[in-house]
Design a protein around this ligand. Structure first.
Ligand code: PLP
Length: 261
């Protein structure tokens, strides 16, 4: 069994962050371990605050994990402060896994800033070079590149800027755009578009977390990035389509949909 570690924020309502990650990791038949970077206060209706962890707390969680488990892949989500980024970068540089999926989380869909501006610069400097793939949505791609990202040509430009900033592969996800299809754009040594049908739904809390965790599992299991992306996208479509309709806001996904992913 492959071991996949998520380094991310905690959402007590279970739709995003570490709980979404570990459900996804379990669904893909991997063993999930987790280090908490921030204890957020949120539910399907919004984010109301966050207790960011100290770099020492994060570093010592990672030490406990790396001292004992062989980690095949890491998914990195919310890193709230530059100090936490440094702790994570130091720890994974000393214990490099085969695959790192970096989801550069910046703010919640409801507009809460989960990460401070200096943290973002540290993520670019310290973690972009370590990541197998960086998976920003359009909003995140825009914030990181300083470009506006409203269509596919702009997604490509932003991805190329992120490659220039040190990433080896960038997948800009297009799920937040309107239209019948959700098209993601991968830029690495080449350029590939991945298209799935769009499911119109309000039940989309934690989609970015879920997708990046699925990618980490598939990479750990030996699929190439180009093979992993369409599988993870199809899983996400089913997870949204069969969402249980919980909560009074943007509900969580069904992390255990039927299907042979
Ligand atoms: N909370 C945490 C801990 C997250 O990591 C993320 C995003 O990755 C969110 C909230 C935002 O989720 P959403 O975009 O569904 O609002």
């Amino acid at each position: 069994m492959k071991t996949v570690l998520t380094i991310a924020g905690f959402d007590p309502s279970g739709g995003a962050g570490i709980l979404a990650d570990v459900k996804t990791i379990s669904r893909f038949g991997c063993y999930g371990a987790a280090a908490v970077t921030s204890l957020t206060l949120q539910n399907t209706q919004g984010v109301f605050g966050a207790y960011h962890q100290t770099p020492d707390a994060v570093g010592r969680q990672l030490k406990a994990i790396f001292d004992d488990l062989d980690v095949d892949a890491i998914k990195i989500g919310m890193l709230p402060t530059p100090e936490v980024v440094e702790a994570v970068a130091d720890s994974i540089s000393a214990n490099p896994p085969s695959y790192i999926v970096l989801d550069p989380v910046i703010r919640s869909t409801t507009g809460f800033e989960l990460v401070d501006e200096n943290a973002l610069q540290a993520i670019i400097q310290r973690l972009f070079p370590l990541a197998s793939v960086v998976t920003p949505n359009a909003d995140e791609a825009g914030r990181i590149s300083g470009l506006s990202v409203r269509d596919q040509p702009e997604m490509e430009q932003a991805a190329r800027k992120m490659i220039a900033l040190g990433a080896s592969s960038v997948l800009v996800t297009g799920g937040d755009f309107e239209g019948d299809f959700a098209t993601d754009l991968l830029v690495d040594h080449g350029l590939v578009a991945f298209k799935t049908r769009r499911v119109q739904s309000r039940q989309t809390h934690g989609t970015g977390c879920t997708f990046s965790s699925a990618l980490a599992c598939l990479l750990a299991q030996g699929y190439t990035l180009r093979e992993s992306i369409p599988i993870a996208k199809e899983y996400l479509v089913e997870a949204i389509r069969t969402a249980p309709g919980l909560g009074r806001g943007r509900g969580p996904l069904n992390h255990f949909p039927e299907g042979s992913y």
